[in-house]
Design a binder for this molecule. Sequence first.
Ligand code: SF4
Ligand code: SF4
Length: 81
Amino acid sequence: MGKGDVSVPYIVIDEERCKGCGLCVAACAKKAIEMAKVINRQGYFYARQTNRDLCSGCRLCAVACPDVGIQVFGKKKREVP
Ligand code: SF4
Ligand code: SF4
């Protein structure tokens, strides 16, 4: 599956909407999100995706974000136990 495969889950973070609370980082068990070391135009250290391949598409980050700053695309990956 390549990057263009729509079934591969990935997220898009609205970096300018982000207020840097870190809830999405805490919510992501895959460590697919981190806080940037630079600030956005609002003056917050914003969240950004670390590695698209890590994302399982679970959507917990989007649910956790109080500013509705994260969108999740693609199908959730089946977790292999
Ligand atoms: S959808 Fe799930 S795995 Fe992907 S970045 Fe969000 S919390 Fe992490
Ligand atoms: S939960 Fe939303 S506002 Fe908080 S750091 Fe993540 S993207 Fe930013």
